[in-house]
Design a protein around this ligand. Structure first.
Ligand code: HEM
Length: 353
């Protein structure tokens, strides 16, 4: 019987990068569908129109169909990443679960997307669809982060507890601002209507009121992040934590500038798309910021150990693909490369990020 291939930690990590890129791309192609009013470009699911799998050569149908194709690519990438996580040696249960989370998430999104089409772009469901995609982005960022780090021992927290708690509040606040943004989109005029297509139902609240609520919450969020960045500069914390906070401030301020500009220029498609990009970058940034608050040692890739003379108990005579990566790894512990003592020669490997 043929043995299953073995996937190295660095290969899985590369796949995790591609997964994150694809998940972020789907937010933008999904937005392109919406801002061009192409949501009903394909009127059926999973075929484009009744009895036709592919679209007619019309702008809206092509955009919607293109989005579906990107979705197919995403499904393939995520499926491969999940398989790779199962075949990774040393096996890490956390990585298998997180990559499985992406698979489950995309399946749920496919179902919700189908219902969105059948309900003729119900604005509440469109909002749920968008927010669920953002959760997929979060999942992909955490997966990528963990894929390069040793999670077998406790993390070393790099900031005072109060900052850690404050940062948890920040995560909630970002979720609130994003939800208010999705509701603002639901209250905004439908691009389909502007192009003589079927007008999707809107959330029955004036756009002005919704945008006011959303922007007020956004300004509050900016205030909170600026305070956090200032506090971190006064504290004895690693520079990379301060830098992550500064980056958040920059992204948020730019996002607010785009937000106001698009509102006062009557929501031109390009700016709405840019606002979506900003929201995606913000989600990636805020999760990275949160993860940067505690330190985990980079995980050692067995493939790279061959270049190092002092391998201690970690050497595996079966080669880089050797199952379990040697004695130091607790099989099935989900802890990953519990690298054995004696691999001190590797302690200075640079951190992945
Ligand atoms: C700075 C933090 C901000 C974040 C994180 C943010 C995030 C978002 C998100 C996630 C959406 C929904 C996108 C979608 O459903 O596809 C949105 C929509 C919107 N945001 Fe913001 N936003 C911010 C600031 C602002 C500000 C300051 C304004 C100023 C008025 C604004 C105006 C809008 C408008 C008008 C929409 C609806 C656009 C449309 O889809 O037609 N945003 N925002």
């Amino acid at each position: 019987m043929r043995r299953l291939p073995v996937i190295s930690p660095s290969t899985l990590r590369r796949l995790c990068v591609i997964s994150l890129v694809c998940v972020s791309a789907i937010v933008l192609t999904g937005a392109a569908v919406r801002v061009t009013g192409s949501g009903l470009g394909c009127t059926d699911w999973p075929t484009c129109s009744r009895g036709h799998l592919t679209p007619p050569l019309q702008f809206h149908s092509l955009i919607e169909f293109g989005n579906r194709m990107v979705t197919v690519l995403l499904v393939v990438v995520i499926g491969v990443t999940f398989l790779a996580a199962l075949l990774r040696r040393p096996f890490r249960r956390d990585l298998a679960w997180l990559s499985g989370g992406l698979v489950a998430g995309i399946l749920v999104e496919a179902v919700v997307g189908g219902i969105v089409v059948y309900t003729k772009l119900n604005p509440y469901l469109v909002a749920v669809h968008f927010l669920a995609t953002m959760l997929l982005v979060v999942n992909a960022v955490v997966l990528l982060h963990r894929s390069g780090r040793d999670y077998s021992s406790r993390a070393r927290v790099l900031v005072p507890r109060v900052i850690l708690r404050f940062s948890r509040v920040l995560l909630v606040l970002v979720a609130v601002v994003m939800s208010a943004g999705a509701a603002t989109t639901g209250a905004a005029p439908d691009a389909g209507g502007a192009q003589g297509q079927t007008v999707a139902k809107r959330i029955p609240v004036p756009l002005r009121d919704m945008a006011e609520l959303h922007s007020t919450l956004a300004l509050f969020l900016i205030g909170v992040v600026i305070s956090l960045a200032v506090a971190l500069h006064a504290l004895d914390v690693p520079e990379r934590v301060r830098k992550a906070a500064r980056m958040l401030v920059v992204v948020l301020v730019l996002q607010a500038v785009v937000g106001y500009t698009q509102y006062f220029t009557h929501l031109p498609a390009a700016l709405v798309e840019l606002h979506e990009l900003g929201a995606t970058v913000l989600v990636i940034g805020v999760v990275q910021f949160f993860l940067a608050l505690s330190h985990r040692t980079p995980e050692r890739d067995p493939a790279r150990l061959h270049a190092v003379p002092d391998l201690g108990g970690f050497a595996d005579s079966r080669g880089p693909a050797g199952a379990g990566a040697g004695a130091g790894v607790g099989a099935g512990s989900g802890a990953g490369a519990g690298v054995g003592a004696g691999s001190g020669a590797l302690a200075s490997l640079p951190e992945g990020r």
